[in-house]
Design a protein around this ligand. Structure first.
Ligand code: SAM
Ligand code: DTB
Ligand code: SF4
Length: 331
C-alpha cells in the first residue's frame, strides 16, 4: 500500500523558515483554502487530532447584558442605533438577571458564559457593575468571558482582577476591507485593545465574520491576521454573517457553505491549539454542514437558543446533534 499523503502543518516546512513576524502569509492561507476539499479536510482533521481531544465540543453560552443603542456603524450589526432593525436600546441588565442566566447556562451544560454589551467600549460608570457580574458568574464555577468593545488603559486589569478569564474582541475582517464595513473605529484600535487584554493576562478570544461579500483571498487575509497574532488567540470564533434586515449587509449574497467549512479548516490548521468556535449562523446552516465544521476542527459552539439578539438552535436540538455525531461535551 502507498504511504499516506504527506501532511504539512507548517507552510514553511518545504521552504525557508518563516519570518518571525508573520508565521502565515496570506498566500499560504489562500493556498490552504484552494486545496481540493478532501485534502484540506485531511490536513485539518490531522491537526485537530494531534492538538485537541477528538470528539469533544466545548459549550459557551452568550448573554446580551446591554442590548441595542450602539453608536458604532458596524455594517453587519443589528444593535447599531443608526440602522432600523427593530432592536431597541435597553439598559444594562440587573445583576440578579445575569446571575440567573449564568446559573441556567451552567445547569444546561455550558462551561463558559460570555457577557456582551452593545458599546463602543465601557465608560467608567459602566465598568463597575460589569465587574460585579464577572465576580458572581465566576463564583458559580463557570469560565467567564466578556465582550464590551474597545478597552482603555487599566480596564482589562480591572476585569482580570474581578475574575474574568477571556475577553472577546474580534478583528472581524481582513484589514483591507475593514473600512468598507466599519468607519467609526479602526483596525488598529482593535489591535490596541487586544494588546491591552493580553498585557493584563486575560485569555484572548478573537475571530471574525465571513459571508460579508468578501473574496476567498480576503478570508485568507482574516485567518492570516488572526494566526499571526503573537501568540495566536486561545479562542477563535468564526461567525457566518447573520443577515438582519435594516443593516447595510442585509441582502449580501450568501456564502457557499463549503467556503465556510474551508474557513474553519484553515483556522484549525493555522491555530492548532486554539478552541475554534463555530459561532453565529448555525441556525441557518443545517446539521450536515455543522457536522463538516466539526470534522474540519471546530470544537466549540455557542449554546442556548439566542446569540445576542438573533436566534441560535435550541439546546435540545444541539444535544441531539452532538449525540448523533458521538461528540462529548467538554467538562
Ligand atoms: N460591541 C462590542 C464589539 O463590537 O466589540 C461587543 C459586542 S459585538 C455584537 C461582538 C461581535 O459580534 C462582533 O465583533 C461580530 O463579530 C459579532 N456580530 C455582530 N453582529 C453579527 C452578525 N449579524 N452576524 C455575525 N456576527 C455578528
Ligand atoms: C462572537 O464572535 N460572536 C458572538 C460573540 N462573539 C459575542 C456574537 C454573535 C452575534 C450575532 C448577532 C446577534 O445575535 O446580535
Ligand atoms: Fe456596536 Fe459591537 Fe454592534 Fe459594532 S458590533 S454596532 S460596536 S454592538
Amino acid at each position: 500500500m502507498n504511504a499516506p499523503a504527506v501532511i504539512n502543518f507548517s507552510p514553511a516546512a518545504k521552504s525557508a523558515p518563516p519570518l518571525p513576524e508573520a508565521r502565515w502569509s496570506v498566500a499560504a492561507v489562500e493556498a490552504l483554502l484552494d486545496l481540493p476539499f478532501a485534502d484540506l479536510m485531511a490536513q485539518a482533521m490531522a491537526a485537530h487530532r494531534e492538538h485537541q481531544p477528538a470528539n469533544q465540543v466545548q459549550l459557551s453560552t452568550l448573554l446580551s447584558i446591554k442590548t441595542g443603542g450602539c453608536p458604532e456603524d458596524c455594517g453587519y450589526c443589528p444593535q447599531a442605533s443608526r440602522y432600523d432593525t427593530g432592536v431597541t436600546s435597553q439598559a444594562l441588565l440587573p445583576l440578579e438577571e445575569v446571575v440567573a442566566a449564568a446559573r441556567a447556562a451552567k445547569a444546561s451544560g455550558a462551561t463558559r458564559f460570555c457577557m456582551g454589551a452593545a458599546w463602543r467600549g465601557p465608560k467608567e460608570r459602566d465598568l463597575e457593575p460589569v465587574l460585579g457580574m464577572v465576580r458572581e458568574v465566576k463564583a458559580l464555577g463557570l469560565e467567564t468571558c466578556a465582550t464590551l468593545g474597545l478597552l482603555k488603559d487599566g480596564q482589562a486589569e480591572r476585569l482580570k482582577d474581578a475574575g474574568l478569564d477571556f475577553y472577546n474582541h474580534n478583528l472581524d475582517t481582513a484589514p483591507e476591507i475593514y473600512g468598507d464595513i466599519i468607519s467609526t473605529r479602526q483596525y488598529q484600535d482593535r489591535l490596541d485593545t487586544l494588546g491591552r487584554v493580553q498585557h493584563a493576562g486575560l485569555s484572548v478570544c478573537c475571530g471574525g465574520i465571513v459571508g460579508m461579500g468578501e473574496s476567498r483571498l480576503q478570508r485568507a487575509g482574516l485567518i492570516a491576521q488572526l494566526a499571526n497574532l503573537d501568540p495566536y488567540p486561545e479562542s477563535v470564533p468564526i461567525n457566518n454573517l447573520v443577515q438582519v434586515e435594516g443593516t447595510p449587509l442585509h441582502g449580501t449574497e450568501a456564502l457557499d457553505p463549503f467556503e465556510f467549512v474551508r474557513t474553519i479548516a484553515a483556522a484549525r490548521i493555522t491555530m492548532p491549539k486554539a478552541m475554534v468556535r463555530l459561532s453565529a449562523g448555525r441556525q441557518e446552516m443545517g446539521e450536515a454542514i455543522q457536522a463538516l465544521c466539526f470534522l474540519a476542527g471546530a470544537n466549540s459552539i455557542f449554546y442556548g437558543d439566542k446569540l445576542l439578539t438573533t436566534g441560535n438552535p435550541d439546546a435540545q436540538r444541539d444535544r441531539a446533534l452532538l449525540d448523533k455525531l458521538g461528540l462529548k461535551v467538554a467538562g
